[in-house]
Every structure is written in C-alpha cells, then in structure tokens.
Write a new protein. Structure first.
Length: 624
C-alpha cells in the first residue's frame, strides 16, 4: 500500500496520497432531461407596452417590505454539526501530522485550486500544497450531489481547461456528476493528487513577522509554514440552516442538500423540502419522480426561466476538434453578454462565432443620461419578469399554486433559476406547494412541519436553505500583522480589500473569489481565471525579485473599498430587494460582491500591475 506521505527522491518534495475512497455508488437523478415539448421551453412574449411604472413598482416594494427581517439562518454548530458530515467519502486516510514548510499553500481543491495548480506548475512552481476539507477534488461539485444537479451556465464556457483536457461536455448544461468526474480527470492528468491533503480543514493561521511566514494549523494536527497563502475556497462554501423552532425534535431522516444522503431511500416516502432557491428548483422535479408525496415549503418564489437542455452534437465536437482555443473563445463571447437571461439569447450561432453579435444593437440619436439608462434597464428587467410570471400562468394548473409561484421582485434579486420541469412538477397530484410567505416555516415537530396550524407529516425533511455568501469560516481563522483576523478587521473598519485579492496587513496572502473580487461575471469560471492569472503573476513577480514579502498599501485599499461602495450604491435600484446577495438587506454597500463590472475591475488590475504603485515589497527577515 502506498504511504500517505512520501518524499520524492528527485525533488525532495513531499508527495501525498490522501484522496479518500467513495463512500458509496448510490446516486440518482444525473442532471436534467432533454424536453421535447416546445411550449415548456419557450418563454411567453411580454405583454405589449409593459413598463415598470409606479403601480408595478409599488407591488415590488410591498413584496420587499413583507420579506424584510424574515430570514433567520444559523450555522451548523452543536447538535446541527451532524449536517456537515462528509457523506460522500470513506473515512479520512490516516496520516502523520506535518510540521514542515512549503512555498505556496492553497486552501481549497475546487475549480480555483485545480486551475491554480495547472497554471502554477506550468510556470515551474512545484512546492505548492493544497488543503481540502473534502475527500476529493471538485469543491462545489464535490459537496453538491443532489438529484438533478447541473451547471446553470453552459458547460462549454463554464468548465475550465476544456482544450487542454481535450474534453467535450456531453450536455449543454452538464450534470454535476459529470463535472465532478471532470475535476477528477484534471487532477489525475496534472498530478494534483500528489499535492493535496484531503480531509484537512485549515484552522488558526497566523502571520509570523519574525520569519516572514504563515503558520498554518489544520484539524489534522498539522503545524505547517508557508511563504505564500492563497485562499481558493469559494463563495458559497459554508451551508446554513434556517432557524426553526423544534427542528431538533424531528424523528425522520433529515439532511441539507449539500450533504445529500443517498443512504436514505426516498422511494415511496413522504418527503418535505424547505426552500425554493436555485438548488431546490433542480431537486424538486427529480425527487418528484421517486417519492410518494412531495411537499415543497416556499417562502419566496424563484424566477424560473427556460432551460432548453440539449445534448452536445457530434458535428459540434468535430468542429471543436479542429479549432484550437474554441472554449476560451466561446467563454470570451459569453462574457460580452451581461446577464443570465440574455445569455440564453446568446445562441449557439453567436457563441460559436458564426454571427458577430447576439442581438441587434439600437443606436440612440442622443446620448442618454444615467437615470434614463437605469430606467431602461429596469423596464427590460420588468418585461423579463412579466414573461416569467406569464410562464407560470401558462404552465401551472392550480391558480393558487400559480399565484404563489410568481415572483414580484426585480430580475436578478434572487439568483435567476432555469428549468423546464420545475413548474410542471406542481401539476402532479403527489406534489404540493405550501406557501409560507412572508415568514417561512416557523415550526417543526417530531412528525414533520407545522404551518398555519396544519401539520405536514414527513418521513424525510430536506433543507434546501443555501449557504453563507462570501463568508467562509476561513476569514475568522487568518490573523494578520496586527493580531486581528480578516473578519475582525472587516467588522471594525468595513470590508476593505484591493481588487478583492489583497487586504492590507495580511502580507503574502491572496484571496480568490472573496468579497469585492471582480473580474468575472455570471460565469464564475471567468472570475476564477482572472484571479488565478493574477496569483500566478504575483508569484512570478516575487520569483523575479528573489522572493520577499508583499503587502498592499493602505490608500489604494481605502480607495478601492470606496469604489466598491459607490458602484454598488449606483446600481442598487437594479437589486432593490432582500436576498442573500445583500445580506438579507443588511449588508453595507460594497461589502460583498463587486458591482463595477469586469471591464472596470480589469482596468484597475492592469493599472496596478503596470505602475506597481499599490504594492509594498520587503525582503524576508534573515532566518539564520
Ligand atoms: P438559496 O438561494 O439561499 O435558497 C435558500 C432557500 O431557503 C430560499 O428559497 C429561502 O427563502 C428558503 N428558506 C430559508 N428559510 C426558510 C424558512 N424558514 N421557510 C421557508 N423557506 C426558507 O440556496 P440554494 O438554493 O442552495 O442556492 C444557493 C446558490 O447556490 C444559488 O444562488 C447559486 O448561486 C448556487 N447554485 C448554483 C446552481 C447551478 O449553477 N447549477 C445550482 C444550485 C445552486 P427566501 O428566498 O425567502 O429567503
């Protein structure tokens, strides 16, 4: 048997063998079906002349007001920590604790970690070590394995390294299971498994000024030192539960969608699901195919746009085989489209480069003001929502259910969902929607959910209650120069970063996909690509300098935080609602996602890299 930790006799570097075996092969519902019914995959036309007028605006406002303060989430701690257990892998591989040093330590083995390794090793960086909480690679796609899971951005643009891997996704929206296997193939091809410590969660991590190193501890007893620390552990990493009275008393099986327990056989069971976000929208149609009764507890409806899933054709593959860089070119074209809805209109002809644009551009005779532009955007978004509401009316038979499924908020308030079988699922006699607006499910007892005095007995209860947004626990673990953690600094001073990648006082640290991190858009992979390129640039810069310590100056960080606040505030009318994107309405403007657009972010990045003004480089202390 290969030892879990070995030393490569040629390089002197440690090689790891800690990838865990699969816990079980039980899975169901590999992505969504291809639908033939054209009516189900066509969005009705918007009503003629629909504009977002005062009357419609007041409806949205009323909806928002009823939601304010309704959300009450909690972390999975104490008796609820069982919901965090890794149900996908066999027990962690036993190994000795490490007390050595590496050059670059990366937290996370999802898309960002894999892409980073690919790019770092291509540039000759070999002393790189990854720590991953899960038993295998994949990140989001490791943890989320619920029935029906698939990507929501077309896989030809979403999956990284398609050309290098000579891989062609089987479907336009590849199933999560295919994506997970693809991640494993990347890891195998590029030797990632040798570099990664699986089932290893990074804990207290402190900057040591005397050595110019990060002191990294883990839940496996490691006490490692690293010259550079890179956070690549995602934006929706930590699952959360709704806080509901009596939830601990439920006697049936219960789990969160990100720890789907396939040992619980749903066949012929009474199953309840709490939540109707992007996850539940994919879960409901698949689970409805298996169970005896499905009860969906909804507080806020999602906007359900068309999906139009299809298989990749043999002709496409033949063409792509002869086009070097086909996926990168496609991703760049997709990136010219600004939102999830128009991305659907960005049809294959545009994305494959056959036609120059995805829409006919209007030319305005005179320049329009920012206010007029905003109103135009609001009108466009309103018309999309009208189409989405019309689709519910056309699809859902029961009028009360249809009324409850219609969202009254600005498009993009909640993450737009896409599905061609979700709405029709409610036409099946064994599927029931319980509208719990505005407060949501507030009581659970030993038998099931209680709402409005009515008991819904259940055998299995599934929490589709989402994740903390841009708030991984890692931020509480990393202590910088002045003895504060990232979280403490941001709590005291407001979120302050430069480009989302640096935070002053946290030298030799780079944060990928964190708060204020721009450079991408709704295709998350593009953001990750921008960030990996930046990390590799910084590592190369330091190599050219013969090593050393970098930090960001205070002023550029303050200016960037102000810029984040301004662009968030300016575009707020487009997101005038309550959702996790704005901390359920409580987040300070500019403290979470970056709303300046990829172009602006890249301008700021390129300027910094050219002038080198924002950075401070100092030598590493003499460690003799
Ligand atoms: P989510 O969007 O945060 O949804 C959580 C759901 O739980 C919401 O519908 C919420 O209602 C509901 N909820 C919370 N407490 C409740 C209560 N007491 N009673 C009733 N309902 C309650 O989480 P998610 O669906 O897991 O999605 C999270 C994100 O993951 C997505 O936005 C997306 O970015 C990503 N995702 C991506 C894909 C993909 O690409 N294929 C698929 C799935 C997820 P309220 O809305 O009223 O708060």
């Amino acid at each position: 048997m290969t030892k879990p930790i070995q030393t490569d006799p040629i390089t002197g570097l440690k090689k790891f063998n800690t990838r865990a075996a699969k816990a079980s092969d039980n899975i169901a519902g590999k992505g969504y079906s291809v639908i033939d019914d054209v009516a189900l995959k066509t969005l009705p036309e918007p009503p003629a002349g629909a504009v977002f007028n005062a009357e419609e605006q007041s409806k949205y406002r009323a909806f928002k007001e009823t939601r304010e303060g309704a959300a009450d989430y909690m972390a999975m701690e104490g008796e609820f920590s069982k919901y965090l257990e890794d149900v996908y892998s066999a027990r962690p591989i036993a190994r000795e604790a490490l007390t050595d040093e590496c050059e670059i330590l990366v937290v996370g083995a999802g898309f960002a970690g894999l892409l980073l390794w690919y790019k770092l090793q291509a540039q000759g960086f070999t002393d790189v070590r990854f720590c991953e909480r899960g038993g295998d690679v994949g990140g989001t796609w490791y943890w989320n394995r619920y029935p029906g899971i698939a990507c929501d951005v077309e896989s030809y643009s979403y999956l990284p390294l398609l050309e290098e891997m000579e891989y062609f996704p089987t479907m336009k929206f590849a199933s999560g299971f295919e994506i997970l296997e693809y991640c494993q193939k990347i890891a195998e091809k590029y030797g990632f498994y040798d570099r990664c410590l699986f089932h290893t969660t990074v804990g207290e991590t402190k900057w040591d000024e005397s050595t110019g190193r990060w002191e990294v501890t883990t839940d496996r007893g490691d006490k490692m030192r690293a010259r550079y620390l890179i956070l690549a552990n995602g934006i929706l990493t930590t699952p959360r539960l709704a806080r509901i009275k009596g939830m601990e008393t439920f006697q049936g099986d219960a789990f969160h969608t990100s720890r789907w327990d396939y040992n619980v056989d749903l066949k012929d069971k009474r199953v309840g699901i709490i939540g109707t976000g992007a996850t539940a929208v994919q879960v409901v149609p698949e689970v409805a195919k298996i169970v005896k009764e499905l009860t969906v507890f909804q507080r806020t409806p999602s906007s359900i746009d068309v999906r139009d899933q299809r298989e990749t054709t043999a002709e496409e593959i033949e063409i792509w085989k002869t086009e070097p860089g086909w996926a990168r070119a496609r991703r760049e074209r997709l990136a010219t489209i600004s939102s999830g809805r128009t991305a659907l209109k960005g049809n294959d002809d545009f994305l494959s480069g056959k036609v120059a644009d995805f829409k006919v551009r209007k030319k305005f005779a005179t320049e329009i003001s920012p206010e007029e532009l905003m109103q135009k955007q609001l009108n466009t978004n309103f018309r999309i929502m009208e189409q989405i509401r019309a689709r519910v009316d056309e699809t859902v038979q029961d009028p009360d259910t249809a009324a409850a499924l219609k969202p009254y908020y600005t498009y993009g308030c909640k993450r737009p969902a896409f599905h061609d079988e979700f709405l029709t699922a409610f036409n099946q006699p064994h599927v029931t929607l319980v509208d719990t607006a505005p407060i949501g499910v507030a009581e659970i007892n030993t038998k099931g959910v209680v709402h409005d005095g009515k008991e819904y007995p259940l055998d299995v209860l599934i929490y589709a209650t989402g994740f903390q947004w841009m708030a991984t626990a890692t931020f509480e673990m990393i202590t910088g120069r002045d003895g504060r953690t990232l979280r403490e600094k941001w709590q005291a001073e407001g979120t302050k970063t430069f480009l989302g990648l640096h935070s002053h006082g946290f030298p030799n640290l780079l944060i990928m996909s964190g708060p204020q991190g721009g450079g991408g858009q709704f295709n998350f992979t593009r953001g990750i690509e921008s960030h990996t390129d930046y990390v590799v640039w910084m590592m190369k810069t330091l190599r050219e300098k013969g090593g050393g310590i970098f930090d960001i100056k205070e002023t550029p960080e303050i200016e960037y935080a102000e810029h984040c606040r301004a662009v968030d505030t300016n575009t707020r009318p487009l997101r005038d609602c309550v959702s996790y994107y704005n901390g359920e309405g409580k987040a300070e403007p500019g403290s979470l996602a970056y709303y300046g657009g990829p172009k602006k972010w890249h301008e700021l990045r390129a300027d910094a890299q050219e002038t080198m003004e924002p950075y401070v480089f100092t030598p590493v202390p003499n460690m003799a």
